[in-house]
Design a protein around this ligand. Structure first.
Ligand code: C2E
Ligand code: MG
Ligand code: MG
Ligand code: MG
Length: 273
């Protein structure tokens, strides 16, 4: 009896697994479709200079408007794209769209694009990126790429070579979600990043939590002595803005400055080129 009950439980478990797998396969098929039929788009979120309030650039954030499920957040479909091999195509779509849109912005305004660690497994990544810049007519200095330390984890040498080649071509390199990983500090001695982005978890707690504020101060001091710029992510209140300004943070990003919006809504942030 116990044996057959066990088998029943197992069958139930199997059916649940099967359902999840089906759902995943369905979503993967939809994503493949979305990549070819225009259901993916790119929104842009402003980054401002902390002292002057001038807009320095915009971060490209991919969006998926699913025909039945509506907006699906990148935290749900970027991992799916990474597991199913679609992330190369997704990454190229975002890069190309971002470079094309950024061409309409005045010269110093940059566009920042997030890259998945998986994209770095292909040794021709720098050539692909530089090719897209050339085809879309955007000078390399107007592109910033954002990587997390995950990029260094599986093949550090290859990742370093790619980052070095891009940097040599004039592309800026930012280390995203800084402070949330395991060993960010060791990467700072392997590669000279142009910017650190302080993860929004620290910013959100800084006003009430002494530890968060200390961590932010430490990151700012470290960046200053290494001569690296810093962006604070997730700034939502004037209080956070003032605190960060007092700590001499360089750049701010967050809902207070602006939410991610389609390219056609950006003109209010800058004087047209
Ligand atoms: P990220 O690169 O750290 O991007 C910042 C995320 O924080 C964005 O979420 C943005 O909408 C959100 N955010 C910005 N300001 C605030 C704020 O004041 N408060 C709060 N609560 N949130 C804020 P989003 O667009 O959902 O993207 C999530 C993550 O998905 C990104 O984190 C990035 O890791 C990834 N991602 C987005 N677009 C791409 C892409 O084109 N390629 C790749 N590989 N990853 C992407
Ligand atoms: Mg980012
Ligand atoms: Mg981030
Ligand atoms: Mg993040």
């Amino acid at each position: 009896r116990a044996k057959s009950e066990g088998r029943g439980t197992f069958r139930f478990f199997e059916a649940a697994m099967d359902e999840r797998l089906q759902a995943r396969r369905g979503l993967e098929r939809d994503l493949r479709q979305a990549l070819s039929d225009g259901a993916l788009s790119v929104h842009y979120q402003p980054l401002e200079d902390c002292r002057t309030h001038r807009i320095l650039g915009f971060e490209a954030l991919v969006r998926w408007n699913h025909p039945e499920r509506g907006m699906i957040p990148p935290s749900e479909f970027v991992p799916l794209a990474e597991e199913s091999g679609l992330v190369m195509q997704l990454g190229e779509f975002v890069l190309r769209t971002a470079c094309r849109d950024a061409r309409n912005w005045p010269d110093p305004v940059k566009v920042a694009v997030n890259l998945s660690p998986i994209q770095f497994r292909h040794s021709d990544l720098p050539a692909t990126i530089l090719g897209i810049l050339e085809e879309e007519g955007l000078p390399p200095h107007r592109l910033e790429i954002e990587v997390t330390e995950g990029v260094m984890i599986d093949d550090t040498e290859r990742a370093l070579a790619a980052l070095t080649a891009l940097k040599a071509a004039g592309v800026r390199i930012a280390l995203d979600d800084f402070g949330t990983g395991y060993s960010s500090l060791s990467y700072l001695q392997k590669f000279t990043f142009d910017k650190l982005k302080i993860d929004r978890s620290f910013v959100q707690l800084m006003a009430e939590n002494r530890e968060s504020l200390s961590i932010i101060r430490t990151i700012l001091a470290l960046a200053k002595s290494l001569d690296i710029a810093v962006t604070a992510e997730g700034v939502e209140t004037e209080e956070q803005r003032t605190l960060l300004k007092n700590e001499s943070c360089n750049q701010l990003q967050g809902y207070l400055i602006g939410r991610p919006v389609p390219a056609c809504e950006l003109a209010r942030f800058y004087e047209p080129a």
